[in-house]
Design a protein around this ligand. Structure first.
Ligand SMILES: NC(=O)c1ccc[n+]([C@@H]2O[C@H](COP(=O)([O-])OP(=O)(O)OC[C@H]3O[C@@H](n4cnc5c(N)ncnc54)[C@H](OP(=O)(O)O)[C@@H]3O)[C@@H](O)[C@H]2O)c1
Length: 322
């Protein structure tokens, strides 16, 4: 079948190991379902896989892609949940130590077909296009869990989103605004601050700027560069939810004194559950909110999408269609 896959790794030239070609159909295990892919979206994770991060040499060749929407064997429109847990686990699959993300252990979504446990299929409402639905399972699901499960944010509260240009950050802004939050955002770049406001942020500030109010919660994906500002922006009893460290994980000052004295909560967040993906899909269906798509390309032109992401020339999701 047609597939876009990693044949080898290179940290300097990740696109060197990318092949747009043919792979055998994936094996259908007991209790798993085959989805005919209609749209799939690109994540930084796919570039990291080509650099050999999160993927082992013995797993090559590996079809890339975590996110997809398509048709199940009965023709039902579905969104594919990307977290593959151990069937014996039962609880919140993001706590399963044996979980993996599609394209780490099991073949990914940039192909004619993808095979996943049947429970990983979430119904796609007709109001969402395949392209829109394919944006949701990774960055948007991460943002949903950060805001509503780990951040426990409720309408009327104020949230600060650091690094407004990022994929998770843009999803945080759009979802936060649609959920009735007051959304403040930061970015180093003036044009990105303007885009953040267009997307729904009430106000956007330069990274590190003193805010006019203390916030109920901060959503962190930047790490080292913004951590101190995040802690200093919180009200007493506020919470910081962190799901990434783009600028690095090491801190000069972890602001421990403020954390205990102001009784702040630091909460980690990773991906999301099938139940949360279903909630996200219903949330978009009910509110009319839609993911931001940077561009749509036929899957045969996947290399151009990877190149754009490698150059950082993206605002929103890159979607591949079939
Ligand atoms: N835990 C999970 O489940 C999960 C899921 C998805 C992603 N992630 C992680 O989340 C992080 C964000 O990923 P992403 O793809 O959304 O975005 P990204 O492209 O990695 O960048 C996020 C933002 O960080 C800001 N930034 C980078 N370096 C900075 C610096 N030195 N100073 C200030 N700001 C800086 C930039 O904002 P401005 O340019 O606007 O200032 C950038 O737009 C990554 O670390 C990723 O691995 C985690």
């Amino acid at each position: 079948m047609f597939a876009v896959y990693a044949e080898s790794f290179s940290s300097d030239d990740p696109l060197g190991g990318l092949v747009v070609g043919e792979r055998p159909d994936p094996e259908v295990l007991e209790g798993w379902a085959t989805v005919t892919v209609k749209a799939a979206s690109l994540n930084h994770h796919d570039l990291w896989s080509l650099r050999g991060v999160g993927l082992r040499e013995e797993s090559l060749p590996m079809i890339l892609g975590c996110d997809a929407a398509g048709l199940d064997e009965d023709g039902n429109e579905v969104v594919v949940h990307a977290v593959i847990g151990d069937p014996a686990w039962g609880g919140d699959e993001t706590y399963d130590p044996k979980r993996s993300l599609l394209s780490e252990k099991h073949q990914g979504t940039f192909a004619e077909k993808v095979v996943v446990p049947r429970r990983n299929l979430v119904p796609k409402p007709g109001s969402l296009s395949f392209e829109e639905a394919a944006c949701l399972p990774t960055a948007w699901l991460t943002a949903y869990r950060m805001l509503f499960t780990q951040g426990r944010l409720t309408p009327g509260e104020t949230v600060l989103v650091q690094g407004a240009g990022g994929g998770v950050a843009t999803a945080l802004i759009v979802l936060g605004r649609a959920a009735g939050l007051r959304v403040l955002a930061t970015s180093r770049d003036e044009a990105k601050r303007a885009r953040a406001v267009e997307l729904g942020a009430h106000e956007a500030y330069e990274s590190g700027a003193r805010l006019p109010v203390k916030v109920d919660a901060v959503m962190e994906t930047v790490g080292r560069a913004t951590w101190s500002h995040s802690i200093r922006s919180l009200r007493p009893g506020g919470r910081i939810v962190i799901s990434g460290t783009t600028s690095g994980p090491q801190l000069d000052d972890a602001e421990l004194t403020r954390i205990f004295f102001l009784q702040l909560a630091v909460i980690g967040s990773t991906m999301g559950t099938r139940h949360e993906l279903d909630g996200l899909v219903r949330f978009l269906d009910a509110t009319g909110t839609r993911p931001l798509v940077d561009r749509t390309l036929p899957m045969e032109q996947a290399r151009d999408g990877f190149a754009a992401m490698a150059e950082g020339d993206v605002f929103g999701k890159i979607v591949f269609t079939r």
